[in-house]
Design a protein around this ligand. Structure first.
Ligand SMILES: [Zn+2]
Length: 457
């Protein structure tokens, strides 16, 4: 099932040796998976500010669709358990992921690398912690519900992981990709920017989980596109919410888990009506259904995991004088809030960050799927690059995972500039855009992790 050309071919001799040895010992090389999936409702119980747009001027007014955090626990042949968490949220913060991971490690003995936290990036879910704080004009009365929601959310994420682990039962896993076409490169859609290259990633990776009777119990599926059809004052999962609802109605009793990909520079277009959000959700659910009903590759072998942080350097941080000047002269409210936010940090810590400790994670499912899990809002170039490097058919690249703290531009996008290239550091409350060279730093670390998981037993 390895696709050529593929640099993993260098691992094949040892893989064959392992197959021969295992076949000799047990008569079969196939892994015995156990899987368990669960979901917990995270719809807020009080009015709260919704995440993602600086233009909103008041908290939520209604619930259009309930939102969830979901978990798929996987136990491989070696007995090791790993858990994928997905959510109808804008993003997990580093603090939330860390809080959950520490509690789960204590309770279940799962190391940090064995937990992956992904958010659908819906712009119709509550603000979590400090995420994008300078983007919003929040008063103290708005901050209190966010604090309460974030604290409760940590308990709910731990709870959904507990529930998924509690449901572990013998399972088979299979994988294949489909296609869906509603993501549009949004940098090209801007006024005067039609000259930008406009890559997109239309792949729909699907991992289907079946019980020993052959019944589908969970479907994990991905797509790379902003969840920004809607921009109003009602809670919903946006199109990923309706896609998951669609998958769950096609496979009654199964949990549908959506994984957001490298959709930082993609928007669902056209947009802004509930009808369109539902239509894109249905389109994706149909794409997933075609894959599940078609011929899928069986996923065998162990699940090997790795997670590491790599420092990404920012450009030279602003001085106190520059920040004070900006507070006095900025005409844009969000730029002014950014300067105040950064000055507060400078006064508190005595210095500003010159780099960000960036988490990268790789899960290798046997020889079948290389799952690259990236933090931040990752532009599509990374997904295309890693698929080209590690194999188009079995490389799955997730963005919006573990810590959403900034956009992650490729070298091309960083050079072109614009919102994804640097402008978004303002609403994210980071001191400056990244320095040139971040793409290579990231690609080198990903390569190191891919090689490491392939070298593991
Ligand atoms: Zn975004």
């Amino acid at each position: 099932m390895t696709n050529f050309p593929n640099p993993r071919s260098r691992f094949i001799p040892s893989f064959f040796v392992a197959v021969i040895v295992l076949t000799f010992i047990s008569g079969s090389a196939s892994a015995a998976w156990k899987a368990g999936a669960a979901k917990v409702d995270i719809t807020p119980s009080e009015p709260i500010w919704l995440a993602g747009y600086g233009s909103r001027d008041r908290p939520v007014s209604d619930v259009l669709q309930r939102i969830y955090v979901k978990a798929l626990a996987l136990q491989d042949d070696s007995g090791r358990v790993s858990v994928l968490v997905t959510s109808d949220l804008l993003g997990f913060t580093a603090g939330l992921s860390k809080g959950v991971a520490e509690r789960v490690e204590k309770k279940h003995g799962i190391a940090r690398a064995g937990l992956a936290f992904n958010a659908s990036h819906t712009h119709s879910a509550p603000v979590v912690g400090e995420l994008l704080r300078p983007a919003y004009g929040l008063g103290p009365a708005h901050v209190a519900p966010i604090k309460r929601y974030t604290e409760k959310l940590e308990d709910q994420v731990v709870d959904v992981i507990d529930k998924a682990i509690g449901k572990l039962k013998p399972a088979t896993l299979s994988y294949e990709q489909g296609l869906a076409g509603f993501a549009v490169n949004r940098r090209r859609a801007g006024r005067g920017t039609k000259h930008y290259p406009s890559p997109v990633d239309h792949d729909v990776p699907v991992l289907a989980v079946k019980d020993s009777a052959g019944k589908v119990t969970a479907v994990v599926f991905g797509y790379a596109c902003h969840a920004t059809v809607l921009s109003g004052y009602e809670i919903s999962g946006d199109w990923p919410g309706w896609a998951q609802e669609g998958v769950e109605s096609l496979y009654p009793g199964a949990v549908g888990l959506f994984v957001q990909g490298c959709g930082a520079d993609a928007n669902p277009l056209p947009r802004r009506t509930v009808e369109l959000a539902k239509r894109y959700g249905a389109t994706l659910a149909d794409a997933v259904d075609q894959v599940v009903k078609g011929t899928m590759q069986k996923v065998e072998g162990n699940l090997r995991v790795a997670l590491e942080h790599v420092p990404l350097p920012f450009q030279t941080p602003p001085t106190k004088e520059e920040l004070q000047w900006r507070i006095k002269t900025e005409t844009s409210e969000s730029r002014k809030r950014h300067a105040e936010y950064i000055l507060e940090k400078l006064d508190r810590d005595g210095k500003l960050a010159t780099e960000y400790s960036y988490p990268l994670q790789v899960w290798q499912f046997g020889d079948d799927i290389t799952f690259i899990v990236m933090a931040g809002e990752v532009v599509v170039d990374y997904s295309l690059r890693f698929k080209k490097t590690y194999g188009w058919n079995n490389t799955w690249v997730a963005g919006y995972s573990n810590d959403v703290f900034a956009y992650i531009p490729s070298e091309r996008v960083l050079h072109e500039g614009g919102y994804e290239g640097g402008g978004a550091m303002i609403p994210y409350g980071q001191p400056r855009p990244f320095k040139a060279g971040v793409e290579e730093i990231i690609a080198n670390k990903v390569d190191e992790l891919v090689q490491r998981v392939n070298g593991q037993p």
